[in-house]
Ligand binder design. Structure first.
Ligand code: NZQ
Ligand code: ZN
Length: 382
């Protein structure tokens, strides 16, 4: 196992009615900016719960953060926050609103062009933030990462900083009852692939991380379909906690990580507007096949421990586990081929150019996946 530092300072308030705990998580001394998305919170009662819990607080609102949050929208929130001298940010939404809020938090005190935050400039300071999660999927609620879209330039870029990790995250599984099926499917697949990207690399003797990763994968396989179909508290609670655990730093500590499926997938979102998880379901099966040599040992471990596949014929077992993974996505109701979105082979060059523009020239745990390799993976995904 490699050396690591692990510190996850986000206070999680989990369970029914936990939005009411917001009152004690916020300070009357702060001027608060509440950020939210396209309005789902006004239909499902979350907005009213937030208003009830913050009635005595000084709070300014900014709505309209898009799915795949747009840089231009976020910069308008930054302007408002500077004018209003905001000292705390409350994000209410899914990964896009939380990511967008993280960017706003870092951009408010940032000197110079805030886009540089996405180009690797160090975030020295940020306005503190907390969040209410409405869509279990990304893990953004208890991690340091954020992804921002700049659609006029067809860019989607990520940054990470401990300065933007939420101080608290409120997770009430009942808020998922209003989620459309499509978003629930995303909510199973995104955390599944988060675990895969931290697990399916090469063995490093990290048995806690491996076993914990495998248990999240098995859980998602076991509960995924029912958690999508049923408006059931326990199923949604388990889905929510799985999604948080998949990307809170724990299973990724001290182990090699991949993230190439994500980086290639981000290019598909930037170019074609596909949902984040939809891109992962397209890329991952082909990437597993393309990297079956490098990932050989872990693919066999994954086959045996997660899918109970007989691995005596190693090559056949790897074929089978790749098919099982794709079938799992399809069985949840997700498409796994670009042609199913009317996207053809031209996407290969689009993705390749996007990776080059963003400077993502060497991806994967061995830094050996080039934009040309990504193009081949995309061609195989049509
Ligand atoms: O905008 P509103 O009205 O809130 O509607 C949203 C949006 O249309 C809706 N929704 C959310 N909660 C709802 C709800 N509808 C009904 N009831 C509810 N309770 O769902 C739609 C999608 O929301 P979005 O936040 O975009 O989805 P998700 O949570 O999947 O976030 C995706 C974004 O997160 C990034 C992705 O790249 C993408 O930009 N990621 C962030 C990561 C991180 N910070 O660690 C890691 C991930 O790998 C990912 O890259
Ligand atoms: Zn993801």
């Amino acid at each position: 196992m490699r050396n690591f530092s692990f510190h996850n300072p986000t206070m999680v308030q989990f369970g029914k009615g936990s939005i009411s705990k917001l009152t004690k998580m916020l300070s009357p001394k702060d001027k608060i900016l509440m950020l939210y998305g396209g309005g789902s919170i006004k239909q499902n009662g979350v907005y009213q719960q937030v208003l009830d819990a913050t009635a005595d607080l000084d709070i300014v609102e900014f709505g309209g953060i898009e799915a795949n949050p747009e840089y231009s929208t976020l910069m308008r929130a930054v302007e408002l926050a500077r004018e209003e001298k905001i000292s705390f940010i409350l994000a209410v939404g899914g990964g896009s609103v939380i990511d967008g809020s993280k960017f706003v938090a870092a951009a408010i005190p940032f000197e110079g062009d805030a886009w540089n935050i996405l180009n690797g400039s160090t975030v020295k300071t940020a306005v503190p933030l907390g969040c209410i999660l409405t869509l279990p999927a990304t893990g953004s609620e208890t991690n340091t990462a954020a992804v921002v879209n700049r659609s006029e330039q067809k860019l989607k870029k990520a940054f990470a900083s401990p300065k933007v990790q939420p101080q608290f995250a409120i997770l009430d599984p009942e808020v998922t009852y209003s989620l459309p099926t499509r978003q629930l499917i995303n909510g199973v697949i995104d955390p599944f692939v988060h675990v895969i990207e931290q697990y399916l690399t090469y063995p490093i003797g990290a048995s806690v991380q491996d076993r914990f990763a495998e248990s999240i994968l098995i859980n998602l396989i076991e509960i995924g379909k029912d958690a999508i179909a049923d408006v059931d508290y326990d199923k949604r609670a388990n889905l929510m906690w799985n999604a948080t655990q998949a990307l809170n730093g724990l299973i990724g500590a001290g182990v090699p990580q991949d993230w190439s499926t994500h980086m290639i997938g981000h290019e598909l979102t930037a170019a074609y507007g596909l949902d984040h998880a939809a891109t992962l379901a397209i890329v991952l099966p082909r990437l597993m096949d393309a990297k079956r040599k490098n990932k050989h040992a872990k693919l066999l471990q994954y086959a045996e421990r997660v899918w109970n596949i007989d691995t005596s014929d190693e090559s056949a077992a790897i074929d089978q586990v790749i098919s099982k993974t794709e079938d799992f996505f399809r069985d949840l109701g997700m498409r796994t081929k670009l042609s199913e979105y009317d996207i053809g082979e031209e996407a290969a060059d689009v993705v390749k150019q996007g990776l080059i523009t963003n400077g993502y020239l060497k991806l994967g745990e061995h830094q050996d996946i080039t934009p040309d390799d990504a193009a081949r993976i995309i061609t195989a995904s049509v």
